[in-house]
Design a protein around this ligand. Structure first.
Ligand code: PGA
Length: 261
């Protein structure tokens, strides 16, 4: 993260809420606090596709950003069910790519992730690329090997020129939605490795602009232990981002921690 960049808190709503009215109520609940701290913390919300337009209207002029949870690598054509980066450009600022749930349930490969990352960055979107080891990898001491390979493969097609719009979220798969958040020391070591690998792939200068987040069972009670890590540029939050008051508290704590740096 460079001095002109802010820490990022990304709210990944996943396939929630089912009701559009609830989606709007959630935004309205967290907005007063999130918009108060936009000078210190970048907040981006990632609702499911059907709620994006409605949420965009509520977020207009607030400084809080909007993103999609995925996009395809082509611009248009015969790709049933897909959404292209070009369709998001201009009104969505962000997209999440390669989330472990997409890798696990939809067979998304490193190669697909690389194509999506390059397409989205090439369309002026900011990208959060997710990486992280499975429980078996963690237990076998293979975290570094697995994460380094995911980072290298995912960035294979991207250009160093786009590094200011690139974020890597380190999300140990075993920590996602499990309540078993990673030990901050483990998160720190893996985020340090990610930085090193990003430097090897796109060059050390460009890598300085890449923000690295932690994700996996982040709550208002534990967020401080991650955002206070020297190499942590924010968090990707799932479950706790569906509770407006808790997410607002996460924004507040993050703003306070970075305000003291
Ligand atoms: P969680 O999800 O905060 O519910 O663990 C994080 C994520 O998958 O992005």
């Amino acid at each position: 993260m460079t001095v002109d960049q802010k820490p990022l808190l990304a709210a990944n709503w996943k396939m929630n809420p089912v009701d559009g009215g609830e989606a709007l109520a959630l935004v309205k609940g967290l907005l007063p606090v999130a918009s108060t701290y936009v000078d210190r913390v970048e907040v981006a919300l990632f609702p499911p596709f059907p709620w994006l337009l409605g949420v965009a209207e509520v977020l207009d002029q607030t400084g809080v950003k909007l993103g999609a949870q995925d996009c395809f690598w082509e611009t248009s054509g015969a790709y049933t069910g897909e959404v292209s980066p070009a369709m998001l450009r201009g009104w969505c600022q962000w997209v999440i790519i390669g989330h472990s749930e997409r890798r696990a349930y939809l067979g998304e490969t490193d190669d697909m992730v690389a194509r999506k990352v390059a397409a989205a960055l090439g369309t002026e979107l900011s990208v959060i690329m997710c990486v992280g080891e499975l429980d078996d990898h963690y237990e076998a001491g293979k975290t570094d090997e697995v994460v380094a390979a995911q980072v290298k493969a995912g960035l294979a097609l991207c250009s160093a020129d786009d590094s200011a719009r690139l974020v890597i979220a380190y999300e140990p798969v075993w920590a996602i939605g499990s309540g078993k958040s990673a030990d901050p020391e483990h998160a720190y070591k893996t985020m340090r490795l990610i930085r090193r690998v990003v430097g090897e792939v796109i060059g050390a200068g460009a890598a300085r602009k890449v923000r690295v987040l932690y994700g996996g069972s982040v709550t208002a009670a534990n967020v401080e232990s991650y955002v206070e890590l020297p190499l942590c540029d924010g968090c990707l939050i799932g479950g706790a981002s569906l509770r407006a008051a808790e997410f607002a508290q996460i924004v507040k704590v993050t703003a306070e921690v970075y305000g003291q740096r």
